[in-house]
Design a protein around this ligand. Structure first.
Ligand code: NAD
Length: 337
C-alpha cells in the first residue's frame, strides 16, 4: 500500500538534497506518495508564516514527514520551526544513529545511537531579560524545565530501542553534580527505569563533560546514549564528527502519533545554491523512515548502495574530501542500488 508522506524541502541546501533523496527513493522503488509542503524561510516568502497551517494539517493527516533543514534566525526573529514542530506533534524522542561507514578515518568502530529528549529542558522557550538600572538586558534567564514523566518516557524509549535493536548498553548522560534538580531528576528517574531492564540491557551513567571527552578518546565504548535536550543537541554533532561529519548523520523525531525524519545538519548557507551538498544525511533519514513503516529490506538496500559508494571513495562530495557534486553522488548511489 502506498504510504503518504509530508515532504518539506526546507531552506538553503534543503531543496537540492531533497530532490536527490526523492530520486534515490524512487529508483529503489519505494512505494511513497509525497505531499510537498513549505516551512521555514521558504514558507515566510510564500505565506508570510514559517510554519503554515496547511503544513501542520498535512502532517496531522500523514503522521509522517521527511524534512530538509530550516533556517532559524539567530537572536531575534521567529522561534525555531524545528523546535515548534517537535513540540506541536510531541515528537519527544530524537534518535540519531552514527556508525563508521568509511574506513581510514580517525575511528574505525564507532556505532553509537544517541537518543535525545526533544521537548523539555532548556529548549522549552521560557526565557526573558531582567532589566536593572535602565539596562533592559542587564541579565537574561532561561528555564530548564524537566518533568518526571518526560524523563521516564525518554529513558524507557532508549531501553526499548536497545532491546528491539539488540543493543547491549544504555548510558545516561547528565550534569547532576551541578544541576542537582533538573539533571538530578533525569538521573534518578533513569536509574529507576534501568532496574526494569536489568539482565537484559546494561546501564551506566556519565557526566556530560566527561562523556564528551571519552567520545573522542574511546568512542567504541559507547552503545546507546540517552540524555536531555541541550546535551543531546551538542553531543550528537560531536558524534557525527566521529564518523565523517554532518553529511552522514540522520535523525528521527518520534512521538506517539507522528514521526518526522531529517538530517542532523542545518541549511549550510556557505554552500547553498552551489549544488555540492552531500545528500547522505537526508537519505539515511529517509531510510530510517522506511524502517519506521516496515520497509526495512528496501532501507537496507539503499544503505548498502550508499555505503558502497562512500567506501569506494571515487564519487565523494567535498565534505568527505572529494570533488563530486550532489547530482554525481546521487547518480552513483542509484547505479549501486
Ligand atoms: P550547518 O549544519 O548548516 O552547517 C555547518 C557546516 O557543515 C557548514 O560548513 C556546512 O557547509 C557543512 N554542512 C552541513 N550539511 C552539509 C551537507 N549536507 N553537505 C556538505 N556540507 C554540509 O550549521 P549552521 O551553519 O550552524 O546552521 C545554518 C542554519 O541551519 C541556521 O539557520 C540553523 O538554525 C539551521 N539549522 C537547522 C537545522 C534543522 O533544520 N534541523 C539543524 C541545524 C541548524
Amino acid at each position: 500500500m502506498t504510504t503518504k508522506v509530508t515532504l518539506i524541502p526546507g531552506d538553503g541546501i534543503g531543496p537540492g538534497i531533497t530532490d536527490a533523496t526523492v530520486r534515490i527513493l524512487e529508483a529503489a522503488g519505494a512505494d511513497l506518495s509525497w505531499d510537498w509542503q513549505l516551512a521555514g524561510m521558504a514558507a515566510v516568502a510564500k505565506h508570510g508564516d514559517p510554519m503554515p497551517e496547511q503544513t501542520l494539517e498535512s502532517i496531522r493527516r500523514t503522521r509522517l514527514a521527511l524534512k530538509g533543514p530550516l533556517e532559524t534566525p539567530v537572536g531575534g526573529g521567529y522561534r525555531s520551526v524545528n523546535v515548534a514542530l517537535r513540540k506541536t506533534f510531541d515528537l519527544y524522542a530524537n534518535v540519531r544513529p552514527a556508525h563508521t561507514i568509511r574506513p581510514g578515518g580517525r575511528f574505525e568502530n564507532v556505532d553509537i545511537v544517541l537518543i535525545r529528549e526533544n521537548t523539555e529542558g532548556l529548549y522549552v522557550g521560557i526565557e526573558h531579560y531582567i532589566p536593572v538600572d535602565g539596562d533592559p538586558k542587564a541579565a537574561a534567564e532561561s528555564v530548564a524545565l524537566v518533568t518526571r514523566a518526560g524523563c521516564e518516557r525518554i529513558v524507557r524509549y532508549a531501553f526499548e530501542y536497545a532491546v528491539s535493536h539488540r543493543r547491549k548498553k544504555v548510558t545516561l548522560v547528565h550534569k547532576a553534580n551541578i544541576l542537582k534538580f533538573s539533571s538530578g531528576l533525569f538521573l534518578e528517574v533513569g536509574r529507576e527505569v534501568a532496574k526494569e531492564y536489568a539482565g537484559r540491557v546494561e546501564c551506566d551513567d556519565r557526566i556530560v563533560d566527561a562523556c564528551a571527552m571519552q567520545l573522542v578518546m574511546k568512542p567504541e565504548s559507547f552503545d546507546v546514549i540517552v540524555t536531555t535536550n541541550l546535551f543531546g543537541d551538542i553531543l550528537s554533532d560531536e558524534i557525527s564528527g566521529l564518523v565523517g561529519g554532518l553529511g552522514l548523520a540522520p535523525g528521527a523525531n518520534i512521538g506517539a502519533h507522528a514521526a518526522l525524519f531529517e538530517a542532523v545538519h542545518g541549511t549550510a548557507p556557505d554552500i547553498a545554491g552551489k549544488g555540492i551538498a552531500n545528500p547522505g544525511a537526508l537519505l539515511l533519514a529517509a531510510c530510517m523512515m522506511l524502517d519506521h513503516i516496515g520497509d526495512t529490506a528496501r532501507a537496507d538496500r539503499i544503505r548498502r548502495a550508499f555505503a558502497t559508494v562512500i567506501r569506494e571513495g571515487k564519487t565523494l562530495t567535498r565534505d568527505l574530501g572529494g570533488t563530486a557534486n550532489t547530482d554525481q553522488l546521487t547518480d552513483a548511489i542509484i547505479a549501486a542500488l
